[in-house]
Structures are given as structure tokens and as C-alpha cells.
Design a protein around this ligand. Sequence first.
Ligand code: FE
Ligand code: FE
Ligand code: ZN
Length: 279
Amino acid sequence: MLNIGCHLSASKGFSHMGKEALGIDANTFQFFTRNPRGSKAKGIDENDVKGLLKLMEDNDFAPLVGHAPYTLNPCSAEPRTREFALEVLMDDLVRMEHLPNNYYNFHPGSHVGQGTEKGIELIAGALNFILTPTQTTVVLLETMSGKGSEVGSTFQELRTIIEKVNLDRKVGVCLDVCHVHDAGYDIVNDLDGVLNEFDKYIGLDRLRAIHLNDSKNAFASHKDRHEKIGDGVIGLHAITNIIKHPSLRSLPFILETPNELPGYAQEIKLMRASFLLAE
Ligand code: FE
Ligand code: FE
Ligand code: ZN
């Protein structure tokens, strides 16, 4: 079975997201752990969490993905910005333990002129600061498109970060299809080659989730604008190859396409049908 869902709004709570997911035939989803701009998180309602855990168990859900605010920058040049990132990351990891054994995804950050090497150093330092041996959450580094001074747009950079992390078993990677395409990995014409390179530098066992997005921009544009499945330059054929690839097909696929719920429902239907037809 294809494990697929989409990004959902967390504003009405965990159980509500679970019901929304069921309503669009999803068996996973992603949510922001707090306002995407990084403000204070709401308290956790234990009954609300219990409701979601029960719903997930009853309906064979794949792991969920909590997404950190995208404004966090653990490799900022500004010490206060880095400190804020650490506070949010630590607090989010405590909160994620209310939903054990799921994923917490974050954008590695932008080095803002300090250089990639310094950026990598600071990101690995942040991970060494926040990870604990007893946590059940696996923290995922998202592959980035390489806009501005983003760190993590090459598999080599992600590998170098992970190499510097002591509790590296708590770290994985989330591959964003739009981002790797925009970063210059040719998933349209050479998916096997890209996955071989991922395996060579990072190891496919680290790949834990996929952000399934088409792209508005050209190959290697370093732009990062998501498009609906089939409406972008990646296209339905290449995206179908991704969901049915033997190394990927059992992972959770999260749609982050420009859609409201009905659009997501349609895309999930399309992806489930393409997955079955392609067998
Ligand atoms: Fe993201
Ligand atoms: Fe993404
Ligand atoms: Zn993106």
C-alpha cells in the first residue's frame, strides 16, 4: 500500500488532523509544530493526542512528520537567532515525544555569508545540543534547493552534517522532490543515478520520508516553488516512477503542493491509482 498524505493545518488539534487525513484517504500527514514563523507553541492536550494515536492505530497510519518553523536558522551569523533556534528545536522535540516514533523535519539553515563549512559546523553543533539518547523521534534534515545561502542542497553537505553528529541514529533525511530537482539532481531522466548517489554519500537507510511536489521552475534553477502534481516541469510520469521505486515505495509521501483539502484529495486519489496501475 502507498503511504501518502499532505501537509495539514494544526490549528484545530491533532485528532482533527487525523480525521481530515482519513477524509481524503491519507494514511499519514505533516503538520507545523507551531506557527511556521516560529512563535510560541500551544500546550499539548493529552486527550487530543490520544484520539489521534488511536485513529492512527485503527487505520494503519504510516509515521507522521512534524515540521519545524521554516524561519528557524540554526546556522545564522547572529548568536541570538541561533539560540532561539535551539530553544524551539529542543521544545519541539519534547512535544514530539507525546506522539512517539514519528519524524521531526527541519530545514538545515542558511549560512548567510559565513560559508558552507561554518554552516555545517553550526548545524551539527545544534543537533549535538538537542538530541537525546532516549528520544523516539527521528530528526530529519530536509534536502534544500540551494536558494540564497541554504545549506543542504547537496548530498555531500548532508552527509558531512550527519558525520559530525554523535547520536547519528536519531538523524535521517527527508527528500523533497521539488527541492532536489531545483538543486540539480535529475530525478526526471536518471532517478536511479540520483538514488545511487544518495546511497553513496548518505545511505538509503537514512531516507525516511519524501516531500512529493512538482516544481514550477527549471531543472537546477535553485528556486524552490512547488507546483501541483503533473502541472510542473517534473511531471506525472517522473513522479509515478518515484512513488513506485523499490527503494522508495514503502516510505511516507507527503504532498506540499499548492492545494486546499479537495485538491489534496484528488492528488492522493491520482497517486494511489498510479501506484496500483504501475504494478
Ligand atoms: Fe520544508
Ligand atoms: Fe519540503
Ligand atoms: Zn520548498
